[in-house]
Design a binder for this molecule. Structure first.
Ligand code: HEM
Length: 138
């Protein structure tokens, strides 16, 4: 179980590295106008999205393995609330994908300031999920 938890945390960190950095790339991408700069952002975003998706998938695999190994987890209130927040995080991940595709095809409809605010969302979710998983208030 401790091995599963250790790797769960490793892949959660990998996922969050992407969730923090990808919208930051969007901030700079939205301001870029030169062709080589735009191409570079498109490549960086595509690679980062691939890595963070792998991190998300493996974090979920290890998290679900812990639940399979000890199904009584599902009775805990903190885990249920945590899973709802993980679903919100997954929605954010998919939203990032859609924004990446829009930027790539020149159809960006958001300002740099909007991307900066959008970039704050994973911070709030990270704090809430880690407090739930560690403090286990219910
Ligand atoms: C499908 C998604 C996920 C599932 C099924 C899942 C499930 C679990 C389970 C069963 C544990 C063991 C709890 C314990 O024994 O204390 C755990 C631990 C943990 N999870 Fe997740 N988790 C998921 C996603 C996440 C995410 C997205 C984060 C961070 C934002 C996260 C952060 C943590 C942390 C920090 C621990 C260690 C808690 C401790 O040992 O005190 N998990 N997770």
């Amino acid at each position: 179980m401790l091995w599963l938890k250790a790797f769960h945390i490793v892949f959660v960190v990998a996922w969050f590295a992407g969730l923090f950095y990808l919208p930051r790339l969007f901030v700079y991408h939205a301001a870029a106008t030169d062709a080589p700069g735009l191409e570079r952002f498109i490549t960086m975003e595509r690679r980062l999205f691939g890595i963070m998706t792998l991190g998300a998938a493996l974090a979920a695999v290890f998290g679900m393995s812990m639940i399979l190994a000890a199904p009584e987890y599902l009775a805990a209130g903190w885990l249920r609330v945590k899973l709802v927040l993980v679903a919100v995080l997954l929605g954010y991940h998919i939203w990032c994908y859609r924004l990446m595709v829009a930027l790539r095809s020149g159809n960006n409809s958001h300002s740099q300031r909007w991307y900066r605010l959008f970039n704050e969302v994973p911070t709030v979710l990270l704090m809430a999920i880690v407090v739930l998983a560690v403090v286990k208030p219910w």
